[in-house]
Design a protein around this ligand. Structure first.
Ligand SMILES: *Cc1c(COP(=O)(O)O)cnc(C)c1O
Length: 392
């Protein structure tokens, strides 16, 4: 049995995986078990913020692993406190809660919104989220996800969550009632097809939330942590939420999720209200501290902004050459091209050429490389993608 056959025999069949076994990575490149090299524009789905094998991150993880990995949240640990401090000092929030994934961060946000409402506005419990959104795979997060294909066979879902069309303020205003406790949205919808919110839309939502005592919650699991060319996507839009959910890129590849909120909103949680055994353990927190230190120095986020503009420019050039590219959109290093054909075969052809890309829905190809990507690597990506587009 080869590695893939063995995998199929022992791992649950929940993913349509590409027939590649990846073994090691360095910067923007990964290598498979046969030594073939791939340019990685997936970055573990927007996770490897600093690329593969970044010396600062690997050193932080190795040192912490030697010292102590985990003791639970029954005790205080310095790496978790340091990380919370770095996150609140560099954001508009006061407090952090740590968990292990994006879905868990969303669950935390939903629970905090309900707890806060119960204490402050007991008539409120409903959450409004957006069509074509993606918030994760736990039952709460999948209920908030506005894509029926992910919800099939799981009903009954969580009550009290309604969906409205994204970027449609009137539809949202109509759905708001006395019962609305929170509004949840991705400032840039990622999985749903790389769809940025309009700035005026977010400004209007902020005003509505303030008038009606509704909590505004941003899912920045994919668009946060420097990806937009700003540490957080809310800074790109200059419209602040009350709660933010983070995960993916926060610890550069070590599993971690986080929830940030103001003091007022954080008070919705009392001791015993929410918990996580692994959440914010020393290993994950040390990794995230290393990522934060690199990001707040500024040059990596500056690079994300600069290379994001270059990537847009290059994708527009491709669009001019290939009629099947209908649209180029995104912010910073969270970009997508919408095609008139299915993205799958083109992605497969790119893998054969040595380029890793991921779809976002059926007709969009997503570009989420490490924030350390260079101009030369973008050029290399465009060459391989251009060849693949030529073939269809
Ligand atoms: C990936 C993602 C999630 C879910 O994160 P997991 O770590 O897979 O649970 C939630 N929201 C957004 C916007 C995401 O991109």
């Amino acid at each position: 049995m080869n590695t893939i056959e063995k995998g199929k025999s022992v791992v649950m069949n929940t993913y349509n995986r590409f027939p590649v076994v990846l073994e090691r990575g360095e910067g923007l490149y990964v290598y498979d078990e046969n030594g073939k090299r791939y340019l990685d524009f997936v970055a573990g789905i927007a996770v490897n913020t600093l690329g593969h094998g970044h010396p600062v991150l690997t050193k932080a993880v190795a040192e912490q692993a030697t010292k102590m990995m985990h003791v639970s949240n029954l005790y205080w640990t310095k790496p978790q406190i340091d990380l919370a401090e770095k996150l609140v000092q560099n954001s508009c929030f006061d407090k952090a809660f740590f968990c292990n994934s994006g879905a868990e961060a969303i669950e935390g946000a939903l629970k905090l919104a309900r707890k806060y409402a119960e204490k402050n506005h007991p008539e409120k419990h409903e959450i409004i989220s957006m069509e074509s959104s993606f918030h994760g795979r736990t039952l709460g997060a999948i209920t908030a996800t506005g894509q029926p294909k992910y919800q099939q066979g799981l009903k009954p879902l969580l009550p009290g969550i309604v969906h409205v069309a994204f970027n449609d303020f009137e539809a949202l205003e109509k759905a708001v009632s006395e019962k609305t406790a929170g509004i949840l949205l991705e400032p840039i919808q990622a999985e749903g097809g790389i769809i940025p919110a309009q700035k005026e839309y977010l400004q209007k939502i902020r005003k509505l939330c303030d008038e009606k005592n509704i909590l505004l919650m941003y899912d920045e699991v994919q668009c946060g942590m420097g990806r937009t060319g700003h540490l957080f996507a809310y800074e790109y839009y200059d419209v602040k939420p009350d709660i933010i959910a983070l995960a993916k890129g926060i610890a550069g590849g070590v599993p971690m999720g986080a929830l940030l909120a103001t003091d007022k909103v954080s008070d919705g949680f009392a001791p015993g209200d929410h918990a996580s055994t692994f959440g914010g353990n020393s290993l994950a927190s040390s990794a995230a501290c290393a990522v934060m230190d690199e990001l707040v120095k500024g040059s990596i986020i500056e690079n994300a902004k600069k290379q994001g503009l270059y990537l847009t420019e290059k994708l527009m050039e491709l669009k001019a050459k290939h009629e099947i590219i209908k649209d180029v959109r995104g912010v910073g290093l969270l970009q997508g091209i919408e095609l008139s054909v299915e993205a799958g075969p083109i992605i497969t052809s790119c893998i054969e050429k040595g380029l890793l890309l991921v779809g976002a829905g059926t007709h969009v190809i997503r570009f989420v490389p490490a924030l350390t990507v260079s101009k030369a690597e973008i050029d290399e990506c465009m060459t391989m993608l251009g060849e693949a587009l030529q073939e269809v």
